[in-house]
Write a protein that binds this ligand. Structure first.
Ligand code: 4AD
Ligand code: MG
Length: 457
């Protein structure tokens, strides 16, 4: 039985493991050959730190091992855990048997000990999970995914799966990838589905169907957007978590979004300490303090109109001018969260003309019950709204947005039969991972990033 290195290095009582027969498997991070013995640093991905293996020259295959073992080689070690005389670790593994699965030629293996740029590592996305940074990102991403399910399941939300292939453009932005089996396009009635189809930009409309039957649901799905934005915050394929709640208004929605974000941050602080300390040291100084602050203080609430006022009075020159009725740019969002509020802020009640057709109209006739959660470093991390549940208003909105009533017949029927006030939001998982790790580029927090010109691996 193989033991995970994490359970050795993070044991509550390392003393109790001394003398225990143990087998670990992993990849060599470094090898120090001291002639009569060697130190082998082994990592198996379960934790950031390496386990120190001591291989004595008395091992029968010692000479051969020193030939085969180098950074990147894979191996299995069986031996006994002993107290380590070194000051970097409590325990080390004294090897009695070492099996090499595969060597890695030092003249060719790209991940030698020196630090590599994240740009270079993207070109070797098949090997970069073996780096400290990618290992830590992957563990934090996994923990945040788990925390997401925990949070919604504890609140009684049902996890539902919505289709990836769809005929409707939920966000109305037209930034969709077409799905077709036709070689040359043309007559889509002859296409696989007998009509034009796309990769989904959001599972929201289908999630609404389920919320309007089962009250509280959430999706956790890949999402696709053909927006040609070459930024450090956009991907063409990303993962989105979309809760949808029936019998809920914008206030309930804001409460849920704030609690969810705080829950995730707290979960990472409690369960990913070693990785967060690594990010704090090498990626963003002060990260842990920033996260503690987010987890423990209430978010600011501002209306879009107030935010525009603040931005117009800001002692700062923006690249894009701000006027009531224009969409906020990332520089504006970051100014509000980072400099003005110095913490997450929920902006509400945006002008109807810059938001999607499904958002509920406010009594002023100009704004909608929308909310965006903006956080320092990232800008928008969550977008959501209360939905228009009144049939006549929704019909008007579809017409205003020049959308075909017939395409949304089922969406309209939800309002015709037993309509209820309901609300929901979407959080981009990669933006959450950026926020929690302090990483700068969204391409470094998803295993195989898709963006204009790039769909490798
Ligand atoms: O604000 P968005 O477009 O909202 C929706 O899609 C709604 N249907 C959600 C809902 O109410 N159920 O996207 C939601 C979030 C954004 O706040 C952002 O975090 C992320 O999804 N996002 C992206 N992440 C990476 N790359 C992109 N191109 C993204 N576009 C949106
Ligand atoms: Mg948005």
């Amino acid at each position: 039985m193989r033991t995970k290195i994490k359970s050795i290095l993070q044991a509550k009582n390392p003393q109790s493991l001394v003398g225990k027969p143990t087998t670990v498997c992993g990849w060599v991070r470094t090898l120090r050959d001291q002639k009569s013995f060697a130190f082998i640093e082994v990592n198996d991905g379960s934790t950031l730190a390496n386990l120190q293996v001591v291989a004595d020259a008395s091992l029968p295959n010692y000479a051969e091992l020193m030939q085969q073992l180098a950074t990147g080689a894979s191996l299995s070690v069986t031996g006994h855990l002993v107290e380590s005389p070194g000051k970097n670790q409590a325990l080390e593994l004294k090897a009695e048997q070492i099996t090499v699965y595969g060597s890695a030629d030092p003249a060719r293996y790209p991940l030698q000990k020196k630090r590599h740029s994240f740009e270079f590592l993207r070109t070797i996305a098949h090997l970069r999970p073996r780096t400290n940074t990618q290992g830590a990102v992957t563990r934090v991403r996994s923990a945040l995914s788990y925390a997401t399910h925990l949070f919604f399941q504890q609140r009684g939300f049902l996890y539902i799966q919505t289709p990836l292939i769809t005929g409707s453009d939920c966000e109305g932005g037209g930034e969709m990838f077409r799905v077709t089996t036709l070689e040359k396009g043309g007559d889509y009635s002859k296409d696989f589905f007998g009509k034009p189809t796309y990769l989904t930009v959001s599972g929201q409309l289908e999630a609404e169907i389920y919320a309007c039957a089962l009250s509280d649901v959430y999706t956790f799905s890949p999402t696709f957007r053909a927006e040609n934005s070459n930024t450090s915050r956009h991907l063409a394929e990303f993962w989105m978590i979309e809760p949808e709640m029936a019998f809920a208004d914008l206030k309930d929605n804001m409460e849920c979004a704030e609690s969810y974000l705080k829950f995730c941050v707290r979960y990472a602080l409690d369960h990913c300490r070693e990785d967060l300390e690594f990010f704090d040291k090498f990626i963003e100084n002060g990260l842990i303090q920033r996260l503690e602050h987010v987890a423990s203080t209430p978010f600011v609430h501002l209306t879009y109109t107030d935010a525009v006022d603040i931005l117009r009075k800001a002692p700062k020159k923006f690249e894009f001018p701000v006027d009531w009725g224009t969409d906020l740019q990332s520089e504006h969002e970051r100014y509000l969260a980072e400099e003005y509020c110095k913490k997450p802020v929920i902006l509400t009640d945006y002008p109807a003309q810059i938001k999607a057709f499904y958002m509920r109209g406010n009594p002023d006739g100009k704004t909608v019950a929308a909310m965006d959660v903006l956080v320092p470093k990232i800008g928008e991390i969550i977008g959501g709204s209360q939905r228009e549940e009144r049939l006549d208003r929704l019909e008007h909105k579809l017409a205003e947005h020049k959308l075909n009533r017939e395409d949304y017949w089922w969406y309209l029927e939800l309002r015709e039969y037993g309509t209820v006030p309901h609300a929901g939001f979407g959080l981009g998982l990669e933006r959450l991972v950026l926020f929690v790790t302090g990483m700068e580029n969204i391409r470094d927090v998803i295993a195989f990033p898709r963006y204009p010109g790039h769909a490798d691996f």
